[in-house]
Design a protein around this ligand. Structure first.
Ligand code: TZP
Ligand code: MG
Length: 267
């Protein structure tokens, strides 16, 4: 039997791990600069290894008038490891300078900067990576366009995770882990077993869990052995986005990741 089983299929709940190991994950570290990146901080070299920790998505529509840069600044101050620019409405020309500034802030904090869906924006400003869903441009095509950059693909089934891995993705987004109203077409929450299957189908690619993740359930998410947890509302709905991020980072850092502990520890 796997780590999680479907004891209450109608509720699709995770089985709680009896014991959570306290362990500290390394904090963001500043890196030295290069000529290509005159902002004094070097671009990430090993994308896959950098997919870890709290991943904040900047949906400014929900953020009570606070913009992408406000969210980025607060999330990085709170210790987020990855920031994603996600904007469904603003034109590319408007997003481009914002993305440049967001990436500069990320560099200074030693965090990754990913652009959701806006291929031209990401290409023009040299984002660390691009993230796409199943109805966006095909991952294989983007792999060729974004050589040496991080490519993330949203997946909700084993087939999608397998296809993402074959296309050369660097990580898979898996979800929704819990019900969410932030993304209207996200579908129903996956259960622990589903997540385990999608994770395995990704063939060892880092997994970013997403959908309905909050302070209340983050420890449970960490116990799934995923590399990262992505949030929108848990940060952008908060009156104090920096503190909200800091609390998530603390919970995550105290979490438990079976994949990193070795097979003998997970059965
Ligand atoms: N993809 C799957 S669920 C989701 C996305 C973008 C929304 C996540 O937002 P929240 O507020 O953290 O549930
Ligand atoms: Mg998309």
């Amino acid at each position: 039997m796997g780590l999680f089983s479907r004891e209450h299929p109608e509720e699709c709940q995770f089985r709680r791990r009896a014991h959570l190991l306290l362990r500290q994950r390394p904090q963001n570290k500043k890196r030295g600069g290069t000529a290509a990146y005159p902002s004094f901080y070097a671009p990430p070299k090993k994308g896959k290894q950098l997919i870890k920790g709290i991943y904040v998505i900047t949906d400014s529509d929900l953020a009570f008038g606070r913009g992408h840069l406000d969210i980025t600044h607060a999330a990085l101050s709170g210790g987020a490891s990855i920031i994603q620019l996600r904007d469904k409405t603003a034109p590319d020309e408007e997003l481009l300078p914002i993305a440049v500034d967001m990436q500069r802030l990320c560099r200074e904090a030693g965090a990754l900067f990913i652009v959701n869906d806006r291929v031209e924006v990401a290409l023009q400003m040299g984002a660390d990576g691009i993230h796409v869903g199943q109805s966006d441009r095909p991952a294989g095509e983007l792999r060729r366009l974004f050589k040496g950059k991080i490519l993330g693909v949203s997946t909700g089934t084993e087939e999608e995770a397998r296809a993402a891995a074959l296309a050369g993705a660097d990580y898979v987004g898996v979800g929704p882990v819990y019900d969410t109203s932030t993304k209207k077409d996200a579908g129903p929450a996956l259960c622990g077993e589903d997540i385990e299957r999608v994770k395995n189908a990704g063939g060892g690619l880092p997994v970013v869990a997403i959908g309905g993740i909050s302070e209340e359930n983050l420890a449970e998410v960490a116990s799934l052995g995923v590399e990262s947890a992505a949030v929108i509302s848990a940060v952008v709905l908060s009156p104090n986005m920096e503190e909200a991020t800091r609390r998530l980072v603390q919970i995550w850092n105290n979490g438990y990741s079976p994949r990193r502990l070795g097979a003998e520890d997970v059965d």
